[in-house]
Unconditional design. Structure first.
Length: 163
């Protein structure tokens, strides 16, 4: 009777290990599929096309949205926590240096780099973007805090800042 119990526990551990390995495999395949989709979009973009600043924002926009949390240390800390919590680091890197997605610490961005454009990118309001639509339901304050965190990472040319 004791040996049956041992066999059952051993089989249970083997099954648990198999489930863990399968979960890791599924996660890896998901990441690879997403990376492949991003690479496909990038491959379809003409190589000589230069980024057009604020291309997605009409030039006649009357009021420019500004981040109320820029430079606020507590908001930046909360923004970093949100950045990690919502998985932004999975594509853009913990410190914004990029990975599967472009870095967020560059000087020039495809759609422009103003606070308003970045807000609209995160909220899924810019056509032809590749950001997941999962962030559409984020609260306005959460988005602004994540943007404040992104801004805190920038160490480039201060003359190129448009936020």
């Amino acid at each position: 009777m004791g040996s049956r119990c041992f066999r059952w526990r051993r089989n249970d551990r083997v099954a648990a290990t198999a489930v863990k390995r399968l979960s890791i495999l599924v996660a890896a395949l998901t990441v690879m599929t997403t990376a492949g989709e991003i690479a496909l979009v990038r491959a379809q973009t003409p190589p000589n096309s230069s980024p057009t600043p604020n291309a997605a924002v009409p030039p006649d926009t009357a009021v420019k949205k500004l981040n109320p949390f820029t430079g606020n240390p507590e908001a930046i800390k909360e923004g970093r926590a949100l950045w990690l919590q919502f998985g932004c680091s999975g594509c853009h890197g913990v410190m914004g240096g990029g990975g599967m997605a472009p870095p967020v610490i560059d000087d020039v961005w495809k759609f422009g780099s103003s606070d308003e454009v970045l807000f609209k990118l995160i909220k899924g309001e810019i056509p032809n973007q590749t950001m997941p639509k999962a962030f559409v339901n984020l609260e306005t304050e959460q988005v602004w805090k994540m943007i404040a965190y992104v801004r805190s990472l920038y160490v480039g040319d201060p003359g190129k800042v448009d936020w």
